[in-house]
Design a protein around this ligand. Structure first.
Ligand SMILES: Nc1ncnc2c1ncn2[C@@H]1O[C@H](COP(=O)(O)OP(=O)(O)OP(=O)(O)O)[C@@H](O)[C@H]1O
Ligand SMILES: [Mg+2]
Length: 331
């Protein structure tokens, strides 16, 4: 893939570890993001996603290991590395008292984008995220989704070639989420940028080029969604037994296939041959049965032994408790 004179990859992370007191937030994380890739970091809350992004964007130092942005060491050459990056932080970081345009202008100033160019970029970016009509409004009056769009626009004012987005859609309604993703996809097509995005919404990473699944500070798997499903997904049978005796019988008989239990249902690792064998054996013991095709959900379950959805529920609770993303939409 890489040719003799190919530039350094947009992002390279090599054995990064980082501790907060007794918490090992990152435990030897390594991966490389390819040119113009749409790369997702998927993991439950506390997985270490934000810690890693903070290291990449030079606001936090790793305890050990190295992170490179186009070959620039984020610890030794933070300013040069930072110039290549557009960042959307997990926590809202706009100045609510400024207008939409002023927020963008300020960012351009900080990054030394000259006046005329700055004005042009601001107009371009406002158009991209469909906020032109809102340019002179005070940022405080924007909805949560609009603020998120403004943050994406801001990340691109200094012509960054690598976009880091930390949970860009967390806490937004489905329509706003879809809109954000469509901007990101369009950007990637039009401006040839590399995108690294973190999320804990599994359905959102289906369209990414590659997904890196992280849990407890470690990389569990990294590949294209389809490959992950083929390798780790496996087919599953979701069975609801008729009664308690039936449940016990099935659990006893198929303990080695047990993937988990979800409410009334039992989840068993399966394949086409097994479905028939199971029905012949236990058909009369079940109330219902669904064959679940491999999904990133089952990949996550296989790799971690837990469902990501349960974690996400906890996450929204925490978001609410700490009011991390502007309180008004987390009710
Ligand atoms: N400044 C800090 N001080 C103490 N502990 C921290 C700090 N930042 C992160 N941690 C801990 O490090 C671990 C990883 O946190 P991190 O925020 O990187 O996870 P995350 O994957 O971004 O989670 P989320 O989905 O909730 O955003 C967690 O256990 C967290 O409590
Ligand atoms: Mg985070």
């Amino acid at each position: 893939m890489a040719e003799g004179t190919a530039p350094a990859p947009p992002i390279r992370v090599d054995a990064i570890s980082r501790r907060f007191g007794r918490t090992l937030a990152l435990d030897g994380v390594s991966f490389e993001v390819r040119d113009r890739e749409f790369f997702a970091l998927l993991g439950p809350n506390g997985a270490g996603k934000t810690t890693l992004l903070h290291i990449l964007c030079t606001v936090l130092r790793p305890d050990s290991g190295q992170a490179l942005i186009r070959g620039l060491d984020v610890v030794r050459q933070p300013l040069a590395a930072r110039r290549l990056l557009g960042i959307v932080f997990q926590e809202a970081s706009l100045d609510d008292r400024l207008t939409v345009r002023e927020n963008l202008d300020l960012h351009g100033l900080v990054f030394g984008v000259p006046g005329a160019l700055r004005r042009r970029r601001i107009d371009e970016m406002l158009a991209l995220v469909e906020l032109t009509a809102w340019a002179d409004r005070t940022t405080r009056t924007l909805s949560s989704g609009m603020k998120r769009r403004l943050e994406i626009a801001r990340a691109l004012i200094h012509d960054s070639e690598i976009l880091l987005l930390d949970e860009p859609t967390a806490g937004l309604d489905a329509q706003s989420r879809e809109r954000i993703w469509s901007y990101i996809r369009r950007l990637r097509g039009e401006r040839h940028i590399t995108v690294l995005v973190t999320t804990h919404y599994i359905e959102e990473v289906e369209g990414c080029d590659r997904v890196c699944i992280v849990d407890r500070g470690r990389v569990l798997a990294l590949d294209a969604p389809e490959t992950l499903k083929r390798t780790h997904g496996g087919q599953m049978l979701r069975i609801v037994p008729r009664g308690d005796d039936d449940r016990r019988a099935i659990l006893g008989r198929f303990a080695d296939r047990l993937k988990g239990e979800a409410g009334d249902a039992i989840l068993l690792a399966s394949d086409d041959a097994f479905v028939e064998a199971f029905l012949a054996d236990c058909g009369r013991r079940i109330r219902s049965m669904t064959v679940e095709i491999p999904s990133l959900e089952t990949v996550f379950l296989t790799l971690t032994g837990r469902a990501l959805r349960d974690q996400s529920a906890g996450e929204s609770e925490r978001t609410r408790a700490f009011g991390r993303r502007g309180g008004e939409h987390t009710r």
